[in-house]
Design a protein around this ligand. Structure first.
Ligand code: AHG
Ligand code: MN
Ligand code: MN
Length: 341
C-alpha cells in the first residue's frame, strides 16, 4: 500500500506547537521562523567558505567587486537583519557588538522580545572545514514602554522563553526549545526547508565522552584535574576510561554529547579566571536546552540558569551534559576546589 512520507517542516511544526506558548503565540512563532530563515542564508555562505581562495579573501573584493566579509560579521548582519525586518524583536545583544542594539524599524514598534545571539560559534574552525554554529536565546522584554534598555537582558536563564542552536555540519540542523521539550530539524537542501528529524530529543543520563581543552590542564582548578583523572581511570562497570573528544566549536561538541551522552567542560583557567564562554548567548541557551533534554548545566557549583547576569558579555565556567556526569564533576569541584567562582 502507498504510504506517504510525513515530512513536517519547521514552519508547520512551530504553528502546530504554538498552543504551548503561554502568550503572544503568533509573535514567537514568527520570531522563530525569522531565525530559521537567517540560518538558511548563513548556511549557504558557510558552505561556500572553502571557495574563498577562488572568490576572494575576507577584506578583498570578490569577482562581483563586492567586498568579502568575515563570516562571523556576515552571520551577525544576517541575523540582525532578519530580526529587524521580522518585527517581533525590539533589541539584540550579540557577541559581535559591544553594546546592545535597539531595533527601531517601523515594524518593531510594539515588539515584545529581545534576543541574545552568538551568530557564529567556533569561528576559528571555518577555514579548516570543521562544523560551526549559531546559538540564540529569547526573552520577553521587561520594560513596558519606550526604548528597550539593558534591564531587558539582565534576566536569569530561567526566564528564557525559547533557546536554540544551529549546527552547520555534515548536515545543517536547527534545534530549539520553548520549554516543552527539545526538537531538532535537519535542513533538506533540495527543498530548502528544515524538516523535523529529531523529535523530543533527550540526552542519555550518562555517557562515555568528555570534552575539554586539555592543553590548559596546568591552569585548571584541582576539582577539574581530579575529574579528568576519574574519566581516564579503568573501570569496566562505568565504561571508563571515557573517550576524549574536543572539536573546539561549542555547538558541535554540545550537539554530539546531546545525541551520544557526554560532558563538556570549559572551566576557569589562570588565563581566564572567570572562564571563557559567555553567559547570555552561549551558556544560558544551551543550559535551557540541556535541562529540557533531561541533562544538567552548572558553573561547577551552581545551576547556570540561576545566575543573575550583570553585564551583556559576562563569562562563566561551564559544565554541561549528561546529568550523572555533571553531578560527578560538581562533586569533585566541591571536594577539591571549594571556593565558589
Ligand atoms: P566563538 O567562535 O563564538 O568565539 O566561540 C569559541 C568558543 C567555543 O565555540 C569553543 O568551544 C571554545 O571557544 C574553544 O576555546 P579554546 O580554543 O580555548 O578551547
Ligand atoms: Mn561562541
Ligand atoms: Mn562567535
Amino acid at each position: 500500500m502507498y504510504k506517504p512520507n510525513k515530512v513536517i517542516t519547521l514552519g508547520q511544526f512551530i504553528i502546530e506547537r504554538q498552543t504551548d506558548f503561554p502568550y503572544a503565540k503568533g509573535e514567537l512563532s514568527r520570531l522563530l521562523r525569522d531565525i530559521g530563515i537567517a540560518a538558511k542564508i548563513v548556511n549557504r555562505e558557510v558552505n561556500k567558505a572553502g571557495l574563498v581562495d577562488i572568490l576572494g579573501e575576507a577584506g578583498t573584493d570578490n569577482v562581483q567587486g563586492e567586498s568579502q566579509k568575515k563570516l562571523d560579521v556576515y552571520a551577525n548582519e544576517q541575523f540582525i537583519a532578519a530580526l529587524s525586518s521580522g518585527g517581533e524583536t525590539c533589541a539584540v545583544a550579540s557577541e559581535e557588538n559591544e553594546e546592545m542594539i535597539n531595533i527601531e524599524s517601523a515594524v518593531s514598534k510594539n515588539a515584545k522580545y529581545v534576543v541574545a545571539i552568538d551568530p557564529l560559534d567556533g569561528s576559528s574552525n571555518i577555514d579548516v572545514n570543521v562544523s560551526v554554529g549559531t546559538i540564540f536565546s529569547i526573552y520577553r522584554r521587561t520594560t513596558l514602554t519606550g526604548k528597550s534598555d539593558l534591564s531587558d537582558f539582565m534576566q536569569k536563564g530561567t526566564d528564557q522563553i525559547a533557546a536554540g542552536y544551529v549546527i552547520y555540519g555534515s548536515s545543517t540542523m536547527l534545534v530549539y526549545t520553548t520549554g516543552k521539550g527539545v526538537n531538532g530539524f535537519t535542513l533538506d537542501p533540495s527543498i530548502g526547508e528544515f524538516c523535523l528529524s529529531h523529535p523530543d530529543m533527550t540526552i542519555p543520563k550518562t555517557g562515555n565522552i568528555y570534552s575539554i581543552n586539555e592543553g590548559n590542564y596546568l591552569h585548571f582548578p584541582d576539582g577539574v584535574k581530579k575529574y579528568m583523572k576519574y574519566c581516564q581511570e579503568e573501570d569496566a562497570a562505568t565504561k571508563r576510561p571515557y573517550a576524549s573528544r574536543y572539536v573546539g566549536s561549542l555547538v558541535a561538541d554540545f550537539h554530539r554529547n546531546m545525541l551520544k551522552g557526554g560532558i563538556y567542560i570549559y572551566p576557569t583557567t589562570t588565563k581566564s579566571p572567570k572562564g571563557k564562554l559567555r553567559l547570555m548567548y552561549e551558556c544560558n541557551p544551551l543550559a535551557m536546552i540541556i535541562e529540557q533534554a533531561g541533562g544538567k548545566a552548572s558553573d561547577g557549583f551552581n545551576r547556570i540558569l540561576d545566575i543573575q547576569p550583570t553585564t551583556l558579555h559576562q563569562r562563566t565556567p561551564l559544565f554541561i551534559g549528561s546529568s550523572d556526569m555533571v553531578n560527578k564533576a560538581e562533586e569533585m569541584m566541591t571536594r577539591y576546589s571549594q571556593v565558589s567562582v
